[in-house]
Design a protein around this ligand. Structure first.
Ligand code: SAM
Length: 254
């Protein structure tokens, strides 16, 4: 361990690679996924990698950057010849992806209610819904495609809005999407009959999520900020919707 990190940086309770090797050998087969959600110095991932297992590690501390990342890079390039490397004839290889997690989606307001954290915004909700529904988040920069937040194929798209959609709004969107494309609309609610358009599929965002959306407010309330198409952005982002009674109140199919 000192060889890897230097004496001053060594962790207090590093697990020897041989011990992890034994545990992983007993509990998994090559190709299996090994999870260590408290990565520490990264021994689990290093050993799992050398043993031909896939792995996920999670680490909250700075040492994710200062220790775990360089350690696994040395495993990949084969310069880590410590631990079990010689025993398993490790020469390097493979790779990994390194992600920095976003801040927590939820936080507590002053009354102790769980709400969507202020760091989050409607675009982030759209991105989360895209992921949840199996779509790739890729909002169109074209204002005419206000309804395009992501796609699953070249002709199948998703639109996320916290608004209640009237029948006329859906008719307008169905027209804008056109007959050769399909659109999944995730919204707060929609009018009766609004799900009849052939190119639209309507789903309601779970109330449990919507009720937590109160961006930019100091106190707890159920007010919901509109996504693009609404209020200030309406003229800029959805010029073709002028004059239509697009967004309903609470009377829709909610
Ligand atoms: C004892 S060490 C882990 C040792 C390591 N699993 C091993 O086998 O050598 C615990 C680690 O968990 C990390 N940790 C604590 N809370 C965490 C959290 N909520 N999410 C991710 N890592 C966390 C700490 O920063 C610390 O590095």
């Amino acid at each position: 361990m000192h060889g890897l990190f230097g004496k001053d940086n060594a962790f207090d309770t590093p697990k020897p690679e041989r011990l992890m090797h034994r545990i992983i050998e007993i509990g998994s087969n090559p190709g299996d996924l090994v999870l260590d959600s408290f990565a520490g110095s990264g021994t689990t991932g290093a050993v799992a990698h050398k043993m031909g297992r896939r792995w996920i590690m999670v680490e909250i501390g700075e040492h994710a950057d200062t220790h775990v990342l360089p350690r696994l890079q040395k495993v990949i390039d084969g310069t880590d010849q410590g631990g079990i490397s010689k025993a398993v004839d490790w020469k390097g290889g493979g790779g990994f992806r390194y992600f920095t997690l976003a801040p927590s989606l939820l936080s507590q307001d002053k009354y102790g209610n769980w709400v969507i954290a202020k760091d989050y915004n409607p675009a982030m909700l759209a991105e989360a819904m895209c992921k949840h529904m199996g779509f790739t988040y890729a909002p169109s920069p074209n204002p005419q495609e206000y309804w395009l937040h992501g796609s699953s194929t070249e002709t199948d798209f998703i639109y996320v809005t916290t608004q209640s959609l009237t029948y006329d709004a859906c008719a307008k969107i169905a027209h804008d999407v056109g007959p050769n494309r399909s659109l999944l609309i995730c919204c707060k609610a929609y009018d009766d009959g609004a799900d009849a358009f052939e190119n639209l599929t309507m789903v309601k965002i779970p109330t449990s999520i919507l009720q937590k959306c109160e961006w930019g407010r100091d106190d707890y309330s159920l007010n919901i900020q509109n996504l693009p198409m609404a209020e200030d952005d309406a003229a800029e982002e959805a010029p073709s919707t002028d004059g239509l009674p697009l967004f309903g109140g609470e009377n829709g199919n909610g």
